[in-house]
Design a protein around this ligand. Structure first.
Ligand code: SAM
Length: 246
């Protein structure tokens, strides 16, 4: 068997870092391929699994290799309190694009139009996973698989289809763009095949996305408030969809 540190160094450039017990737990639950996982304290990690993740406990027991604490800290950019780290294989772009394009769709796709804050993007992927959204598409330059986004997503990139696309290549379905100037969302029932688009933290929706939108929708907000945070806007909109309300 290859020793885990050698395997780590061989795989690190082409894989996704799962930082901490919870990210690894989530990734395994959503069937990520995890070729290597290390911990500085296997007993503590398996005790956490007994308590919080009995469903993946056996998988973790088979996967987790204990390494000295200094070795663990040398493998990660900043140590996690659970002293667990793993590398997962990024799903192929082709498989994600097929999931995003598949119709009929049973849950919306979330589009982040040129997001700038990597933590926001991670939080949105976690929300999309929680609501069972079909996927999260980003436009613009940010890679939604950037390590900081993956960290913010808590291993849930594997629970939904996450890809970057141009505005011209967005998945099919009616495009609802969220903007404080739109019609009140409370009067609209969002369909399961909706594409729900949100603007950049700095500049809002791009002209290209605005031009393609079928509907502009606003979240309720007092007049003196300019806008909500991007991730909280996604949360409210996905909640509105999930409630089936109009
Ligand atoms: C932080 S806001 C962008 C603020 C930006 N300065 C602007 O000019 O729009 C990020 C995104 O969240 C969504 N958003 C925030 N508040 C909203 C509201 N009250 N109604 C609808 N969408 C909202 C929009 O999609 C917006 O583009």
């Amino acid at each position: 068997m290859t020793d885990p540190v050698t395997a780590w160094h061989r795989l690190a450039g082409d894989t996704v870092l799962l930082d901490g017990f919870h990210a690894l737990k989530h990734a395994l639950r959503f069937r990520a391929e995890v070729p290597v996982a290390v911990t500085a304290d296997r007993t503590a990690a398996l005790a956490l699994a007994d308590e919080l993740a009995p469903d993946v406990r056996d998988t973790l027991a088979a996967l987790l290799a204990e390494v000295p604490h200094e070795t663990y800290t040398s493998l990660v950019p900043r140590p996690h309190p659970t002293a667990v780290a793993a590398l997962a294989v990024r799903p192929s772009r082709a498989s994600n694009l097929a999931k995003l394009a598949h119709t009929p769709r049973t849950a919306p796709v979330v589009v982040l139009d040129n997001p700038r804050n990597l933590g926001n993007a991670g939080a949105v992927i976690r929300l999309a996973a929680g609501f069972g959204a079909t996927g999260v598409v980003t436009t613009g330059t940010v890679d939604p698989w950037h390590p900081t986004v993956v960290r913010g997503g808590a291993g849930l990139h594997f629970a939904t289809a996450v890809e970057r696309l141009d505005v011209t290549d967005l998945p099919p379905g009616p495009l609802f763009a969220l903007d404080p100037e739109g019609d009140d969302i409370r009067g609209i029932k969002l369909p399961d095949d909706a594409v729900l688009a949100f603007g950049s933290e700095r500049t809002g929706l791009s002209p290209e996305l605005r031009a393609r939108a079928d509907h502009l929708l606003a979240l309720p907000m007092r007049p003196q408030v300019s806008s909500y945070n991007l991730a909280t806007s996604v949360a409210m909109t996905l909640y509105h969809w999930s409630s089936g309300a109009s």
